[in-house]
Design a protein around this ligand. Structure first.
Ligand SMILES: CC(C)(COP(=O)(O)OP(=O)(O)OC[C@H]1O[C@@H](n2cnc3c(N)ncnc32)[C@H](O)[C@@H]1OP(=O)(O)O)[C@@H](O)C(=O)NCCC(=O)NCCS
Length: 360
């Protein structure tokens, strides 16, 4: 008889409300489960995590937990974009606390999560998780670029359940502060190439209203334009209303944001953006900031705007938000344009992210 139970999980409505102590354990398991190679890149406090869950369109979030002696030791969830119409697609995740691994909990939880997804009509599931490099055989991505260690527990579990490794993303990092001279030079070189038609604008968590329409357009295009390997990525539409809600959420949640945008002067439109954000220590952050979206409109590619925005934004972020140790960024191994920019700035490969997909 297994000495664990698996059950549906409902998170508290607000900090301190019913179920709060359980949620604190849930957040601990999440942080410990996401740590890779001893590095805590994604830690956050239970308060911060709850804000994220309650804002993420809760109707589309399903969760399970495994308990031993009543205490949460493993968590699993299936999430959907709040605005997508493709309700058959979902991201899933299974995390077992390191002290409770190798006991059959992960496999049982994944089986239960698949059954739940199937019952809800979520028939395409995608699991993304980071793995540290290790010696031994590797599995190549179906996309043709990148590989992950075949012996990593998550990889073995996914393969044993019939998942296909569609894509491998590279997680790279750069130590802060980056040489200001190097960044300034990168900005100057890129600005010379971009020419007088473009200028940079910056903001923090909130974006000026004049750019909302262009931002909503670019957010919608981003999920379609970035390489996704064989992942059946649904359209995730962004209306201006959804964007305004997201910006309000960002302001309320208290992350340190720096966003750079590229304005095309002749048309007055915002045609590119790049976003950096870090979680302050008092919200559970561990000194890692992350690169979020970078996008340049198709009609404006080839003018060094990606490099211009990224170098300028990095320079600005480290001045406005000192105290972060690293910036991490994730790019598909086949996304050579973006990797070239990041490598030129000094980002170095750090971890691999496996993107597994299964049709249930
Ligand atoms: C992957 C993970 C969920 C496995 O949880 P677990 O409770 O330890 O796994 P189980 O004991 O149920 O074992 C299930 C399978 O995982 C793999 N596995 C478990 N421990 C392993 C280890 N130390 N080395 C290699 N594979 C391992 C095996 O395939 C195992 O099946 P097998 O015993 O028939 O070979 C857990 O290691 C974890 O949380 N890792 C971090 C997050 C992650 O990678 N999630 C991936 C799924 S979305």
């Amino acid at each position: 008889m297994p000495d664990f139970t698996i059950e549906p999980y409902r998170w508290p409505k607000a900090v301190g409300h019913e179920g709060w102590d359980d949620w604190v354990h849930f957040a601990e398991v999440r942080n410990a489960g996401l740590a890779v190679g001893g590095e805590h890149l994604q830690d956050c406090s239970p308060e911060f995590l709850l804000g994220d869950w309650n804002d993420a369109g809760e109707a589309r979030q399903l969760a399970l937990v495994a308990r031993r002696d009543g205490e949460i030791v493993a968590i699993a969830n299936s999430g959907q974009d709040p605005a997508t119409e493709d309700l058959a697609f979902s991201y899933i995740r299974v995390l077992v606390h390191p002290n409770h691994r190798g006991l059959g909990i992960g496999a049982a939880l994944l089986d239960a999560l698949e059954a739940l997804c199937l019952a809800e009509g979520r028939t395409t599931v995608v699991a993304e998780f980071e793995v540290a490099d290790e010696p031994g055989p590797t599995i190549a991505a179906a996309s043709g670029a990148g590989a992950v260690p075949a012996g990593a527990p998550g990889v073995r579990l996914a393969l044993s359940r019939g998942y296909a490794l569609e894509q491998v993303d590279r997680t790279s990092r750069i130590a802060l502060p980056v040489s200001a001279a190097l960044l300034a030079e990168a900005v100057a070189t890129a600005a010379a190439k971009a020419g007088a038609d473009y200028r940079l604008v910056f903001w923090q968590a909130d974006a000026p209203a004049q750019w909302h329409e262009d931002l909503a357009r670019m957010y919608t295009l981003m999920t379609q334009d970035a390489p996704t390997g064989g992942v059946a990525m649904p359209e995730m539409p962004w209306s201006v209303d959804r964007l305004v809600d997201e910006l309000a959420h960002r302001v309320g949640q208290g992350m340190d944001w720096s966003v750079a945008g590229a304005v095309h002067e002749p048309s007055g439109r915002l045609v590119g953006l790049t976003e950096l954000a870090g979680l302050p220590a008092d919200s559970g952050g561990t000194g890692y900031a992350s690169q979020y979206w970078t996008y340049v409109d198709r009609a404006h590619r080839g003018h060094a705007l990606g490099m211009l925005m990224k170098a300028a934004n990095l320079l600005r972020f480290q001045v406005e938000h000192p105290g972060y140790h690293f910036v991490t960024t994730q790019n598909a191994e086949e996304n050579r344009h973006m990797l070239d920019i990041n490598e030129a700035l000094g980002f170095e490969p750090f971890l691999a992210q496996a993107v597994f997909q299964k049709r249930l």
